[in-house]
Write a protein that binds this ligand. Sequence first.
Ligand SMILES: [Zn+2]
Ligand SMILES: [Zn+2]
Length: 179
Amino acid sequence: MWDIGGRKGRTLLLQGHHDRVQSLCYLQLTRQLVSCSSDGGIAVWNMDVSREEAPQWLESDSCQKCEQPFFWNIKQMWDTKTLGLRQHHCRKCGQAVCGKCSSKRSSYPVMGFEFQVRMCDSCYDSIKDEDRTSLATFHEGKHNISHMSMDVARGLMVTCGTDRVVKVTCIIVPISISV
Ligand SMILES: [Zn+2]
Ligand SMILES: [Zn+2]
């Protein structure tokens, strides 16, 4: 999600699909974003919450937690007589870390991570149970969706798939309107 109108330069990541995202529809009234993917996944994102921007991935020649060298850091490997490690990134803080320092996985919906993603140990410990509350609902379209359109007023969603089927589905999107 790019904030192009607000000029605040925010980019939000929404990760809730396992396959290509094919279609999007924003429901103004309920402030929900509906996304469909080619594996039939339908996600309804609550856009009435403030999400955090995911960090840029940091570059480093050694783990930013335990300071062990990554495998291309020949000098430090030689100096410390250690074997280089693979570089990974913590999705929450963006630090370059080794596998040992980022062995845990957690979802973090406030940053758009509805699935479990790699976390460094300190970020994992900083996440409370309520931080894992999903900010989207997930549904199964039961065919390979290649396009979707909605008629919100009548509560209908139409999807067409690579299976040459057009499906019209009655949708029950949880609506909460505060007056
Ligand atoms: Zn490490
Ligand atoms: Zn972290």
